[in-house]
Write a protein that binds this ligand. Structure first.
Ligand code: FE2
Length: 456
């Protein structure tokens, strides 16, 4: 059960609207809903209006789960744990979450390998960012060094920022490699590729900020688990693009009840489109797409980029760019590792060149933002969630979360400072944005306010 502040009227109105939306989907007006649940109609109406206690609202949600074939857990809306769109985690609080885990060394003895600390995250944030100190020190960059213990890979994508002399090891389908990283460098790791990190120096701190996050697959996890092995049939062989294209065409044909014979009847050779060889040309794709009544983009398979299984970016050797322009520069920005697979996952390192919150310094976008001060001096974070501007000092090792569409800006204090930001899309991905935008009244998809028909 998600805990909420009972006095939160805004939250109760949202949950009431969500109940109304679900009832509309089930084609139940309030009277029919109350009758089905064996509850008083006026009580249900007040709960939908957000005028009853959370306990009453929750009991309606639970009863709906018992009464209808729905996944009622989807109706719970996590409470907003941010203050005006921002949540800050101080270095001290991070330190208190410290855990040290052992892994075996070359002699088989379990010795400290990592110290983990939590950093800023919110109930709404799609990321789980950890501060991780490398405690195993090595004196070479041999990926087969027996002191180097790889993990098994994990479900979440990972974007990592490096601080100090860190060795990064990765294993892509049995091929191991080591990259010597330094402050300012970064990487991206595709889910389930084994990887690990060590220190190259007993005298210096070797730290990573490991931002793990779930993409669209994370949003679909419930259904994939429910489907079990059948879920594997969604998977395209993207490392073999021609085969992936044939699989995708077949998926679309099956969904549309279009047989090979139908293709043939329309002058398309099924052996050609479902066979091997070269990727299909634009003309064939357009013809197929028309027959299947899908946008051609559905049948297009992105080029396979082997170098993006794991991306290593030596940002420490880059000079960055001035934002927004050379003439009016408020930030020097150094982009972190990127992948075409996740075009809206963006990381940056900032040097803050202004002490004024000018319009040029203000950032605003649709992504969830994670901030971490990896330097020695504070940086001011300003944000605006309506009319008013707020400001907090982000001290060294402090971190923060900023909600989508919150305006924010950085100003410097004693110097340009050292700040990283990692931006991740939430549950509202590209496909959702496109679909929502086609609705006749998108606002009602965000907060349902009415029965689906006029009851007067
Ligand atoms: Fe990891």
């Amino acid at each position: 059960m998600i805990m909420n502040n009972a006095s939160d009227d805004i939250y109760k109105k949202k949950l009431g609207a969500r109940i109304l939306s679900e009832a509309n989907d089930l084609k139940r007006n309030i009277q029919a809903l109350a009758a089905d649940l064996g509850m008083d109609e006026e009580l249900v109406q007040r709960a939908v209006n957000g005028e009853e206690s959370l306990e009453v609202q929750y009991s309606i949600v639970e009863k709906m789960g018992e009464t209808y074939p729905i996944d009622h857990t989807d109706m719970y809306i996590p409470v907003d744990d941010c203050t005006d769109g921002v949540k800050i985690m101080r270095a001290e609080e991070s330190k208190r979450s410290s855990r040290v885990f052992n892994r075996k060394n070359s002699r088989g003895a379990p010795t400290p390998f990592y110290e983990y600390r939590d950093t800023a995250m919110s109930v709404h944030s799609p990321f789980r960012p950890e501060w991780i100190k490398e405690l195993r020190v090595v004196d070479d960059d041999d990926p087969e060094n027996p002191d180097v213990v790889y993990n098994k890979g994990h479900f979440m994508h990972q974007l990592t920022f490096f601080i100090g002399p860190v060795n990064f090891y990765y294993d892509v389908f049995g091929k191991k490699a080591c990259a010597q990283m330094n402050t300012g460098d970064s990487n991206y790791i595709t889910p389930f590729h084994p990887h690990t990190f060590t220190s190259r120096d007993t005298e210096q701190d070797a730290i990573i900020i490991a931002v793990t996050f779930g993409g669209d697959v994370r949003q679909s996890q419930k259904e994939l688990y429910a489907l079990g092995e059948k879920g594997e049939r969604f998977v395209l062989d993207v490392r073999n693009p021609r085969r992936a294209q044939a699989q995708r065409i077949e998926q679309c044909m099956q969904a549309a009840n279009i047989s090979k014979e139908c293709l043939q009847g329309q002058g398309i050779n099924p052996d050609e489109v479902l066979g091997g060889g070269e990727l299909l040309g634009a003309d064939t794709l357009a013809k197929l797409a028309e027959l299947l009544r899908v946008d051609p983009v559905e049948l297009r398979i992105p080029a396979y980029r082997e170098e993006e299984e794991v991306v290593v970016r030596y940002g420490s050797k880059e000079s960055g760019y001035l934002y927004p322009s050379e003439q009016e520069s408020v930030y020097r920005i150094f982009p972190l590792a990127q992948t075409y697979k996740l075009p809206f996952v963006r990381g940056f390192r900032y040097h803050v060149m202004t002490d004024q919150r000018t319009g040029a310094a203000v950032l605003e976008h649709q992504l969830h933002s994670y901030l971490y001060n990896y330097g020695d001096i504070p940086i001011m974070l300003h944000w605006n969630n309506g009319d008013e501007w707020y400001a907090e000092c982000i001290e060294p090792n402090d971190s923060a979360y900023v909600q989508p569409f919150t305006k924010y800006a950085f100003t410097n204090t004693e110097g340009e400072g050292s700040l990283i930001e990692i931006r991740i899309p939430g549950k509202v991905g590209s496909a959702t944005i496109r679909e929502l935008s086609t609705f006749a009244d998108p606002a009602r998809a965000i907060k349902e306010t009415t029965c689906w028909y006029d009851q007067k």
